[in-house]
Design a protein around this ligand. Sequence first.
Ligand SMILES: [Zn+2]
Length: 136
Amino acid sequence: MIKVLKLKPVHWQVMRRHVAAQAPLEACGLLAGKQDSVETVLRVRNAEQSPVRFRMDAQEQYNAFEWIDANGLDLIGIFHSHPSGPEFASPTDIAQAAYEVVHIIWSRPKRTWNARGFWIEKGKMTEVTLQVLSEQ
Ligand SMILES: [Zn+2]
């Protein structure tokens, strides 16, 4: 279980731009890295093209997994947005969480996009701290 996920500012920006560009539709993607450190954000098309649901495009998800493998990285996170929904993982998100990774939810409770991380296991979610490291 990851309690603190480390990201670089660029990872935060890539995710935020993607979710903002796709709104009002939900957007999604994957985080690749090692242990608790993100190295790359991979944007994936939401095949549902829906404001309240997401399902990763199967081909893009497959390609992303291949890329992560080929680069010696691991899948350590999945992100998606709730353009008009809660800051937390929804009951559907919890029920469908298929990977033991950090689940990042982007929402805009105060009009500004913000992300929160959750570890979902056996139907329960625990908040994960998203630590954005300063640029070196
Ligand atoms: Zn959701």
